[in-house]
Design a protein. Structure first.
Length: 524
């Protein structure tokens, strides 16, 4: 059974007694993990100059130094007390020449809404602090089979920003507030706040995020890292605390496209028990890193969706600079517009219906004492001082008022949202203009965290891919006075190989990512 070191919200400090005791008998040399890649770690482990144990220890030490002390990022909500044992097992396998693949011995962080056997899975809520799943999520089991080491769990926006209005990204009642490592008073966006901030700060090689609409793309953008939201169905959703069965997916977050491609290889796989799993039959690639092609832009036709008004002058300049380099690399890049919009209202109705249905099913199979959405609403009211100090639970209450998924209102909302964003939206644009992909600025720079006003997110056009269920991938392309932002690539269903190639080629051209400096603030 895995146990965890639970982080106190008031102190935000993890006790590392277990690791300190282990350190006495096994002192590891200092390892520079800043921007260490999956491939570099594998090369060093293959050469014998690095072990999974020493790498895991180095990340645990860095988490203690930066997440619990120092700038106190608060990106990691729980530490896996079995992490060193898992690393030892991977080292023993390597010594016996039983290497499982490119993720063998690689430490990863997992968002706190994904089932990891024995560890609390709470969606950041104190209401689910007693929920310890008996089994791993389907894709977590795949990653274990691929040889990863689970370091711990990352904080998130409570209930993935789907509890109430005026929510503040990166805050949860169980984990407190995650900070943006580029400027500690700035927001990390959400809901995969801890995963993106943790990767940006090199607290792990890579991390798992989840997205319903923007929850991988936005935090990856404002934390200066790479995030990929896969096609719905490419990665199993079984074992993820749900919002929307139509749009939910897990996805990889890393500092480079290559790292994201490596993690996606371990995550992607057909789950017959996922309603969207069969649509992915034959689609997962055996190795997504084979699509890392610096020449992938040549001969490609790409459309640019521009925001009106622009997200900021700095963003516009960076997008235009990236477009110029893409053209110089042989791509045809044209300005385009979506023919249809208006999916926001139907999407929200879809969420309300699907959240009620999905969370009731998840809770009934969980180990938590809370067995229904109604029970969660009541628990939150009874514990309002702890869980509702900054914003309410309006979305919970509205969802509770919805009926079953057989109601006409739900079916109409689902079909309308999919049509406007998909068949009449992104897919129509790709076909009409004969495009290989569409790009858009991901977000503006991070805003100051404000519990009174809530989030002030400046977003690009990535929502169309989220609603359509198609893939999107963001890479860093610039910064505004040290606050990073990204460029999103979007394509048709199961176009991950092509998007990885295009994004990798662009990443090599712009070379925009810089490690964070953990500044207290950045002047406006």
């Amino acid at each position: 059974m895995i146990t965890t070191h639970r982080r106190s919200v008031s102190q935000c400090v993890v006790t590392f007694a277990v690791f300190s005791l282990l350190a006495v008998r096994d002192v590891a040399p200092q390892i520079d993990v800043v921007d260490l890649s999956v491939a570099d770690a594998q090369r060093r482990m293959a050469a014998g100059s690095l072990t999974a144990r020493s790498l895991t220890r180095a990340y645990l030490d860095r988490i203690a130094a930066l997440d619990d002390a120092g700038p106190r990022l608060n990106a990691v909500i729980d530490i896996n007390s079995a992490a060193l044992a898992e690393a030892d097992a991977r080292d023993a396998e390597r010594k016996a020449r039983k290497v499982r693949g490119p993720l063998h011995g690689i430490p990863i962080l997992v968002k706190d809404n994904v089932d990891v056997a024995g560890m609390v899975n709470s969606a950041g809520s104190l209401a689910l602090a007693d929920n310890r799943p008996r089994a791993d999520a389907f894709f977590i089991r795949r990653l274990r089979d691929a040889g990863v080491v689970i370091l711990g769990r990352t904080n998130l926006s409570e209930w993935a920003n789907f509890r109430g209005m005026r929510s503040t990204s990166g805050w949860s009642s169980r984990g407190g507030q995650t900070k943006n490592p580029y400027a500690l008073d700035r927001n990390p966006c959400g809901s995969s706040s801890g995963s993106a901030a943790g990767v940006a700060a090199s607290l792990a090689v890579v991390a798992i995020g989840t997205e319903t609409n923007g929850s991988i793309i936005c935090p990856s953008s404002v934390n200066g890292v790479v995030g990929l939201k896969p096609t719905v169905g490419l990665v199993s959703r079984r074992g993820i605390i749900p919002i929307s069965i139509s749009q939910d997916t897990a996805g990889p977050i890393g500092r480079t496209v290559a790292d994201v491609a490596a993690l996606l290889t371990g995550m992607a796989g057909i789950d017959e028990r996922d309603p969207a799993g069969r649509s992915a039959a034959g689609k997962p690639a055996s190795d997504y890193t084979t699509f890392l092609d610096a020449g992938a832009l040549k001969g490609r036709r790409i459309g640019v969706l521009r925001q009106t008004p622009p997200l900021s002058d700095d963003v516009s300049v960076a997008v235009e600079g990236a477009v110029t380099k893409m053209r110089a690399a042989g791509a045809t890049v044209i300005d385009v517009q979506l023919a249809s919009r208006g999916w926001g209202g139907p999407q929200m109705e879809l969420f309300l219906y699907e959240f009620k249905d999905g969370i009731n099913a998840y809770l009934q199979g969980s180990t938590s004492a809370q067995k229904s959405l109604a029970a969660l609403i009541a628990w939150n009211r009874d514990n309002a001082a702890r869980v509702l100090p900054f914003f309410g639970q309006e979305f919970f209450e509205r969802a509770q008022a919805r009926g079953p998924l057989t109601e006409t209102a739900y079916l109409d909302a689902r079909d309308t949202a999919r049509r406007l964003a998909g068949r009449d939206g992104l897919l129509a644009l790709l076909a009409k203009e004969r495009l290989d992909a569409v790009i858009s600025a991901s977000t503006g720079p991070a805003w100051k965290t404000d519990y009174k006003a809530g989030d002030r997110i400046s977003v690009g056009e990535y929502g169309v891919a989220a609603v359509a269920g198609t893939p999107s991938l963001t890479i860093p392309i610039g910064d505004s006075r040290g606050l990073p932002f990204g460029l999103t690539f979007m394509g048709p269903s199961f176009s991950e190989p092509q998007l990885i190639g295009l994004a990798y080629a662009t990443e090599q051209l712009v070379n925009a990512r810089r490690p964070p400096r953990f500044l207290a603030t950045i002047d406006p």
